[in-house]
Each structure stands twice: as C-alpha cells, then as structure tokens.
Design a protein around this ligand. Structure first.
Ligand SMILES: Cc1ncc(COP(=O)(O)O)c(C=O)c1O
Length: 392
C-alpha cells in the first residue's frame, strides 16, 4: 500500500492518536470544495445540506450505524458537550467519570455537576504495567461494574483509554449500565479507524462521539456524535437556531424529516467543505481496505514494541489479552527520565525530530507512540535508535 501523504521528511510523526496526517486526496478535496463554495457562497450554502446529509449517510455506512442517529460537529469535545450537558438527569444523580478520561471531557462532567448541583465521582482504572499485563476482559468489566453506585445515573468512559491504550469491552459494560438505568457516554476519540467500530454491537450504549482527524485520517474540524434512538426525543441541542422549531427552504429535507436530525443540524452560515470531504476520507479507507489498513497498523506496532523492548527495555502498559490491546503503545519512562517528562518530549522533537505524546499516570511519566500507515518500520527503528542514543 502506497498512500500519498504530505510528509515532513525531517519529522518522524508518531502521534496519530491525537491528530493524524490527512491523505493528500482529502486535503485536495477540502480545498476544491472551498473554492467551489466561494464561486457563489449563496448557492454554495443552499446546496450544503445535501452534501452534508450524503457525508453523514456514508459515514453511517462505514460505522454500520443509522445516519438518522448521527450528528456532525467540529470535534469530539463539542459532541460530548452536546450529550453531557444536554441529556436530562434526575435530581440527586451522580455522574461517574473514568479516572483516565481526557481532561477537557472531565471538565464537561464537572460543569454539568456544578450547574445542576449533582454529585460526581472518579472511577478507578488499572494503569500500571503489572495491573494491565494479566488483565482479562471479564476482570475489567467486573472492575468497572463494581464501582457503579446506587445514585450513579451517568457514566463517562473512553472506548480506548487515552493514557494506557486499553480497549474497553463496551458491549458488556453497556449491557450492565442499561440494565441498571445508567446512561453510558463513550468518548470514542481513539477508536474508529483503529478498531472496526460497529454500531450494531453498541445498541446498549447511550452516546458515542469521535473526532475524524485522529485514527480516521479525516479533515481537521470534523467529528460525529451518535445518540441512541431511545433518547432522541428527550435530548435538546445546546444551541438553538433556524431548525429548532419549524423549518423551511433547502434545510427542510435534511435527515429524512426527523425532528432530531433537524434540530441537531448546524444551520448557520458557514462553509462545510471539511465535512463534505468526509466522503473522500471514506473513499480512501475503502480503496485501501480498512482491514488491510488495520493489519498494517498492527505490524507497525509490533515492530515498534520489538524495538523498544530490545533497545530500551522499557515496561509496556499493553495487556497480554489481544482484545484489550489498543492502537497506541505506551511505556513507563525509566527512573532516570522521570524528572524530565515533558522536557524529554520537547528534546525529542526539537533535537531529534520525533513527535510523540507524553502522559502522566499517577504522577509517573509515560511515553505514547501512535504509528499509522504513513509510518515505516525503518523510521520507527531510527526513532528508537535515536532515543536509545539519548538515554545511554
Ligand atoms: C481521549 C480523548 N478524548 C477527547 C479528546 C478531544 O479531542 P478534540 O480536541 O478533537 O475534541 C482527545 C484529544 O486528543 C482525546 O485524546
């Protein structure tokens, strides 16, 4: 597979979990749609809803979801704001937030709790090499379920945990939260693209959101949220606009006439070029075969792990159970580097031109590598050799 990406030849980019590179064909499509829009922005906007619905429908096919259950936003933070601040919760509810959730999303939960005078609590998650190594899916589900309380009404977790790369067995967790009447909101930032996410398996989940410019290689400024059909009548969007009540004109046909689709639509004047290019992103995936892309990502990860283990001897946070292994490889920094943490990451970038992510777990610094299909075994070897030379 020789996909075309604009690469900086002097940079080894290994942070695709946060922000991936976008294929040249997708970048070109965004520019082309922008230029087309600017020829006559008035007609450009009237035609935008049709393009947007087509993109949403194609995205739904890719995820095996119903397009009527999706909505588009600029990032996953915005989609989670929509659900976490907009979903009705009974008084006296408790919001439970996974210990390793992304700070921006934790703050949404905190704001919701403060706004509505609700309690919120942190759910402990495994995060040491020893705790993760022998973890089984059953133990992980039990660990999470055992922390649900009588008052818990909303649980926020990631599909792939950012700090450790651990994959959660979502359908098992969701079965139990639904049985107990607890809403399960999933931050899917690190999953679609890296994992074959299929919404047929996730019908007990209540909300799922993902930015498309992480593992999905999509245009920056595109993300989707998914809300289970059973909640669509009770949730209101955070912003009101043209489509909140009655609608007319070119927007009227959006989303198979569903009131949920209309009221969640971004209906102000804007250029939707990046959203239109979601179709080009999915064409890229289909042309290259999603299972082959994931297979390639896996062999790059295996290569990286072999290099780190043999050249650096660092402790990995990956569980042995393959179903729990996510798309990133996370390692505990050795004692000698613990005092450096982010300074080490800066040195890696500035002196050695390696882009990684540094994460702190229980006050200990860890390095996260996220290779994607634009990386090669050779550059991964170079990166690890450079790190080994620095730490010698
Ligand atoms: C796990 C996780 N959730 C949410 C986000 C927020 O993503 P965005 O800034 O695209 O909304 C990030 C950012 O990388 C993340 O790592």
């Amino acid at each position: 597979m020789e996909p075309v990406f604009d690469r900086d030849p002097n940079l080894i980019y290994l942070n695709s979990a946060n922000l991936s590179l976008c294929p040249g064909s997708v970048l070109e499509a965004v520019t082309r749609y922008q230029r087309e829009f600017e020829l006559n922005p008035t007609t450009g906007l009237t035609q935008a809803w049709d393009h947007l619905w087509k993109a949403q429908t194609r995205l739904a096919q890719f995820l095996n979801a119903n397009p009527n259950d999706l909505f588009l936003r600029t990032n996953v933070t915005a989609t989670l704001n929509t659900f976490l601040l907009g979903m009705p919760l009974p008084p006296e509810s408790e919001i439970l937030v996974g210990e390793l959730e992304y700070g921006a999303i934790v703050n949404i939960c905190r704001m919701r709790a403060e706004r509505d005078h609700l309690a919120w609590r942190i759910l402990a998650m495994p995060q040491t090499p020893t705790a993760l190594k022998s973890l089984t899916p059953h133990q992980l589900v039990e660990h999470i379920i055992s922390q649900l309380g009588a008052k818990t009404k909303l649980l926020l977790l990631s599909h792939v945990i950012a700090g450790t790369g651990l994959v959660l067995p979502l359908s098992q967790i969701a079965q139990e939260t639904r049985r107990r009447g607890i809403l399960l909101a999933i931050d899917g930032a690190y999953a679609p693209g890296a994992l074959a996410v299929d919404f047929d398996d996730l019908q007990d989940v209540d909300f799922y959101g993902c930015s498309l410019y992480k593992w999905m290689l999509g245009p920056k400024g595109t993300a989707f949220g998914w809300i289970a059909p059973r909640h669509q009548a009770s949730i209101r969007p955070l912003n009101a606009g043209w489509t909140t009540y009655d609608i007319a004109g070119p927007i009227a046909d959006f989303g198979d006439q569903s009131q949920f689709q209309r009221s969640f639509l971004m209906s102000g004047c804007q250029d939707f070029a990046p959203y239109r290019a979601i179709e080009d992103t999915l064409a890229f995936w289909e042309e290259n075969d999603p299972s082959k892309i994931r297979q390639r990502m896996k062999s790059l990860r295996q290569h990286l792990d072999l290099q780190v283990t043999t050249s650096l001897g660092w402790s990995s946070l990956s569980p042995r159970d393959e179903s729990l292994q996510g798309p990133m490889k996370v390692y505990l920094l050795p004692k000698a580097l613990q005092s450096e943490g982010p300074i080490f990451a800066r040195k890696l970038l500035e002196k050695h031109r390696i882009q990684i992510n540094m994460v702190s777990l229980k006050g200990q610094w860890h390095i996260a590598f996220s290779p994607h299909i634009y990386n090669s075994e050779q550059e991964i070897t170079v990166a690890i050799d450079r790190i080994a030379a620095m730490t010698r």
